[in-house]
Structures are given as structure tokens and as C-alpha cells.
Design a protein around this ligand. Structure first.
Ligand code: F3S
Length: 391
């Protein structure tokens, strides 16, 4: 990989040991993946932020770093709401370790927005290069916005954040963004909820694997695209997809679609994922809720009381900008938490069965929380939580 003279000096250690280490990570990645050079990035999002996932070894590595990030950078969700962790049932020993992890990232200059929806925090534009880690955020950036990022591991994203550049390979190159499998969605279904698109994504991710899907037969809105991409990144390894007539690069690549494998998915197959098992708790906001999703939840919960725990997750900035909706939600007894989520926090491990409206959570909850999982629309989740008859 070709390095500029300034980049060579960083690699030689002229700007300190941490920057040297970070440049070594980028050079190693670029060499393995055949990058020709480094490209400047607009922002970074760093995973490996929950003490539940990185443990003491990760904390020790982070604590030894001494540099500052050079582009706007946020963290992935951590293991607890930084303010309301006691209400989540988090143990003080875990909270202490989690705060140490957060403090280590803060010393590096990372903004303590802990979210998988950095696109609600940073203005992110078509064609910009990024170094984001969390799979649903990567999918949204690439597919819905048309920005360019590989799915970075935690150290790769942190290295890119400190250096302000990332190796130019994979999804940073236009030629690597072509569709590789055509998923033709057939039949009618209740397509007006994120859960339907999450369930479709759960199936499509298994079919696509690590290929780039091109969808026809659907017309998802923004939050539904978010749900579709998040689920495909979880059940498969999809970091970019196109939807005919909807996503920004679909038109650019539509001429490719005639030559690739075609796979039909029917609305009946999507509906077959719905089940009726009794549940202990509801968890919503995977990926973190948008302002529109918080408004919808407020309208569904207005004047009602929940009979079982309902946990809702969103970025702190989104929660602060949606104060009225959050107040209505919390009057019902449901709780809205920031900084964390149902998967990376140990809080959900106390429940045997969890209901979600997310294909990604449907995929992850059994292994990550040790709970049985049920998927339903947002309205169904609220009906079950308030124990109203489901019509
Ligand atoms: Fe986000 Fe956690 Fe889901 S990181 S996408 S809410 S598993």
C-alpha cells in the first residue's frame, strides 16, 4: 500500500507510540485486503464499547492508549444507560467497569454518544468515506445514504478515527458495490411496520450470506430500510443492499440485475416467522429508535399501563429531542433508556421470553440474552405488553 510521506512518519513513530500502533493496524488491514492507499474519512463509530463484550482484556488495551481522534467519532452502545443504570438492574461492579471503559474512550476524544444510529448524530452524505463498526449502522450508511464504509472491527475503526483515514478497499470502491443476488419479494403482507421488514431481512440475510442483494417488490420507508438492513447484517453478513426505486445507488446498478442469481421470497414465508409464545418482557429499539418511532410508541401507549416490563432504546440525543413522546411513553410504565441496548446490556438476561419488533433482535436475543424470542409488529408488542386483546 502506498503511503504519503506524512503517513510514513506516523508509521515510523514520529507522532508517538499510539499513533504508530494505529497506523500499523491500518497498514496491516490495507495490505491484507489489497488497498492501494488510505482515504480520508468523515466520521468513525467504534464498537467494542460494552464491558459485557470486551471484558478486562479490552479495558486494559484501551487504558494503555495515548492519542486523540482526528474526526468526529461516537461509540457503539455500551452495557448500560450511563445515568439510569440502577433502574436497569445493573450491578454496581459492572457499572464501575463500564465507566472505566467509557473513561478510556473519552480520553481519546470520542464523543460519549453511545449508539448504533450515528446517522441521527452526524450529518452523513452520499459518497463520503466513513469507518463505522456496528453492522446495522454500516448497512444504513452504505445502503440508505450511499456513503461508503466497510464493516470495521473495533480496533480498525479506532485506528481510522485516530489517523483520520482508512484503507481504500471493499465498499470504499464503486466497483465493489454492485448487486450480487436479486431478491424478488412476492405476495402481499402487512408491510406497514418495521417488524415485517425486519422479518424479511432475517430471511433475506440467510439467503444472501455476504453477497449484496438487489430487492424488487418492496417499497420500504426510512425506518423500514433500517430494520431490513439491520436484520440482514445479523442473519447474514450483508453490509450493503439496494432496493429498486428507493435506495440511492439502485439506479446506478439496475443494469447489472439481469445477470445475477434470482431468489424469490414470499410474504407467506415472512409471516411464518410470527409466533404466539407467552412473553415476560418487550424490548424495542434495535436499531435504536428514530424520533418517528418514539412518536409512534407514544401514540400507541398514550393513556395505557404496561403489565410487563417494556424497555425501549434510543440515542440520548434522539431522546432529548423527543421529550414529549418520551414523557407519554414513560407515563405508561414503559422505560426509555439511552447509551445501551437489549443485546449489549446484561439487563435483559433476567427474562425467559422477550418480544421484539426487530429482525436483528430476533436473530441475536436467543444467544446474547439466553431468552426465547417472539417477533411481532410494534402495535402487537404494545398490545401484548398492555394485555389488550389482539385483533
Ligand atoms: Fe443496535 Fe444493539 Fe440492535 S447495537 S442494532 S440495538 S443489537
Amino acid at each position: 500500500m502506498h503511503l504519503l510521506p506524512e503517513e510514513e512518519r506516523v508509521l515510523a513513530g514520529e507522532y508517538g507510540e499510539t499513533r504508530q500502533k494505529m497506523m500499523e493496524i491500518l497498514v496491516a488491514l490495507g495490505t491484507v485486503f489489497g488497498a492501494a492507499r488510505l482515504v480520508p474519512i468523515r466520521s468513525a463509530q467504534v464498537s467494542g464499547a460494552s464491558y459485557k463484550t470486551i471484558g478486562d482484556a479490552g479495558l486494559e488495551w484501551l487504558s494503555g492508549l495515548d492519542a486523540r481522534v482526528s474526526v468526529p467519532t461516537v461509540l457503539n452502545p455500551v452495557g448500560m444507560d450511563r445515568i439510569a443504570w440502577r433502574e436497569m438492574g445493573i450491578m454496581p461492579a459492572f457499572a464501575k467497569k463500564q465507566e472505566e471503559v467509557i473513561a478510556a474512550y473519552s480520553r481519546l476524544g470520542i464523543r460519549l454518544e453511545c449508539t448504533c444510529t450515528p446517522y441521527y448524530i452526524f450529518q452523513t452524505r452520499y459518497g463520503e468515506h466513513l469507518a463505522w463498526s456496528e453492522s446495522s449502522a454500516v448497512s444504513y450508511a452504505n445502503s440508505v445514504i450511499g456513503a461508503r464504509t466497510n464493516r470495521e472491527g473495533g480496533p480498525g475503526a479506532l485506528a481510522a478515527a485516530v489517523i483520520g483515514k482508512t484503507p481504500e478497499y471493499g465498499l470504499h470502491l464503486v466497483g465493489e458495490r454492485k448487486p450480487q443476488v436479486h431478491i424478488r419479494v412476492e405476495g402481499d403482507g402487512s408491510r406497514d411496520d418495521v417488524a415485517w421488514y425486519g422479518a424479511l431481512g432475517y430471511l433475506a440475510g440467510k439467503l444472501a450470506g455476504n453477497r449484496i442483494p438487489f430487492f424488487t417488490g418492496i417499497r420500504p420507508r426510512r425506518d423500514q430500510l433500517k430494520a431490513l438492513g439491520a436484520a440482514m447484517a445479523a442473519s447474514g453478513a450483508v453490509a450493503l443492499y439496494h432496493v429498486a426505486g428507493i435506495t440511492p445507488e439502485a439506479r446506478v446498478f439496475s443494469y447489472e440485475v439481469g445477470d445475477i442469481e434470482q431468489i424469490p421470497v414470499t410474504a407467506g414465508e415472512v409471516a411464518a416467522l410470527w409466533n404466539e409464545i407467552p412473553i415476560d418482557a418487550v424490548a424495542l429499539g434495535c436499531p435504536h429508535c428514530s424520533p418517528d418511532e418514539l412518536s409512534l410508541l407514544a401514540s400507541l401507549l398514550a393513556g395505557k399501563r404496561v403489565k410487563i416490563p417494556v424497555y425501549i432504546f434510543a440515542a440520548r440525543k434522539v431522546i432529548e429531542a423527543s421529550r414529549e413522546a418520551v414523557a407519554v411513553i414513560e407515563r405508561s410504565g414503559a422505560r426509555v433508556f439511552a447509551d445501551t441496548c437489549m443485546v449489549v446490556s446484561p439487563a435483559m438476561e433476567q427474562f425467559g421470553t422477550i418480544m421484539v419488533n426487530s429482525g436483528k433482535a430476533f436473530s441475536y436475543v436467543p444467544d446474547m440474552c439466553g431468552a426465547a424470542v417472539r417477533i411481532g409488529t410494534t402495535a402487537e408488542c404494545i398490545r401484548v405488553a398492555t394485555q389488550e386483546a389482539v385483533t
